[in-house]
Write a protein that binds this ligand. Structure first.
Ligand SMILES: Cc1cc2nc3c(=O)[nH]c(=O)nc-3n(C[C@H](O)[C@H](O)[C@H](O)COP(=O)(O)OP(=O)(O)OC[C@H]3O[C@@H](n4cnc5c(N)ncnc54)[C@H](O)[C@@H]3O)c2cc1C
Length: 353
């Protein structure tokens, strides 16, 4: 396996040499902040740049492409500790990173690529960070880093190797798979806004449905550009419990009987019982491509493969909120689990580890 240093290897190794070296689907990119743009009260867009980013990406649209961002630790004197190098070969990169001294290895968090311009002369990617802080003003390492970021600051990004990811599916970090569906539901909280807005930008004109985005404040609403006929609704929480507005909006968009309302089918199928997920112990991550054979057998259309039905839903955000939406859509509305991606992006009260 090639040693790829987060500080040097990716940006300095020539493109051909690294392709020949057998780098896998995942690579580490040493990048620096080029621009910081405060989008709204709770969103900070950071544009990362670095010559190595010409090697970053997947073929086609990025949709909800996820990456890992490693932000530097803070020393006792308040300065940032330079990120140490680690072996970032695609199979073992996480274990290798964990083996570094925890005081200096920084914090690794998951983010979405809001936009990528990696074939430009000066390749860049945009990441929209939610600036979340508790009542005492404490944020997580990534949120705190983003709030204070300035041009020149360095982080490591772990993401797809464009040379290897000849299809979006060959990098495991894109869940958006609507298949043949032309009627969709996109629903999420602020952490899902970058993914939902990127997906909306990619949709063709014949797609209909709803995009429901719950954000902390009305000032967090963004301009969205889409050729589709999807109706975009922003839900400003304004102090209400997390997910309350989103759940009500999802219930309205997929009214009972759900299957009939999204598919026009005359008879709603039997409502399958679903196993509950303890979001304190497990990460809620249920996508059509991950369903086991037994679950598929229990779906309303066991013989129909994932992606072959006219409706598809993509749901992401705080895990307990996503669990509630899963219960409604699957158990009450009878939506086929093969047609919905449910993703707990973060868990209230728990740092991403
Ligand atoms: C696939 C995927 C894509 C994601 N894309 C994005 C993205 O594009 N932009 C983005 O901002 N986030 C995104 N997230 C969510 C992000 O990874 C988490 O919010 C992460 O916990 C932030 O790290 P942190 O260091 O700031 O906080 P942590 O150290 O992980 O958490 C510290 C505390 O803050 C709480 N917390 C974490 N996130 C939030 C939040 N958003 N609001 C309120 N409290 C919070 C935790 O519960 C914990 O109590 C994504 C997550 C996944 C899995």
């Amino acid at each position: 396996m090639t040693q790829v240093s987060t500080r040097t290897g990716v940006t300095e190794a020539p493109r051909k040499a690294r392709r020949a070296s057998g780098a896998g689907a995942v690579m580490c990119f040493d990048v620096q902040v080029r621009r910081v743009q405060r989008l709204s009260e709770n969103f900070q867009r950071i544009t990362f740049a670095g010559p190595g980013l010409s090697e970053f990406g997947v073929q086609g649209q990025t949709h909800d492409l996820r990456i890992k961002v490693v932000v530097p630790s803070v020393a006792a004197d308040g300065t940032r500790i330079p990120l140490p190098a680690f072996d970032c070969s695609d199979t073992a990169w996480y274990r290798n990173w964990l083996q570094l001294d925890s005081a200096v290895r920084g914090s690794m968090r998951t983010y979405t690529v809001r936009a990528a311009r990696c074939s430009a002369a000066e390749p860049e990617i945009d990441v929209d960070f939610v600036l979340h802080f508790d009542e005492e003003g404490r944020g997580g390492p990534a949120s705190s880093w983003a709030a204070a970021a300035k041009p020149g600051d360095r982080v490591s990004i772990i993401g797809p190797n464009a040379a290897h990811c000849v299809t979006a599916e060959s990098y495991g970090g894109i869940e958006w798979r609507p298949g043949m569906a032309r009627h969709i539901l996109l629903a999420g909280d602020e952490t899902a806004v970058p993914a939902i807005t990127a997906i909306l930008e990619s949709l063709p004109a014949d797609v209909t449905g709803h995009a429901l985005l719950e954000v902390p404040a009305a000032t967090d609403e963004q301009q969205v550009s889409t050729e589709s006929s999807v109706r975009v609704t922003w839900l400003a929480r304004s102090g209400r419990p997390h997910g309350e507005l989103l759940e009500a909006a999802v219930r309205e968009a997929v009214a009972l009987p759900g299957w009939a309302s999204v598919d026009g089918g005359p008879v709603p199928p039997a409502r399958p019982l679903i196993e509950d997920v303890n979001v304190d112990e497990t990460i809620l991550w249920e996508t059509p491509q991950r369903l086991g054979a037994a679950v598929v057998k229990a779906t309303p259309n066991p013989e129909t493969p994932a992606g072959a039905l006219p409706f598809y839903a993509w749901i992401a955000g705080e895990a307990a909120m996503v669990r509630g939406l899963r219960r409604y859509l699957v158990s009450e509305a009878g939506i086929d689990r093969k047609q919905v991606a449910f993703m707990g992006y973060w868990r209230a009260g728990r740092a991403e580890s």
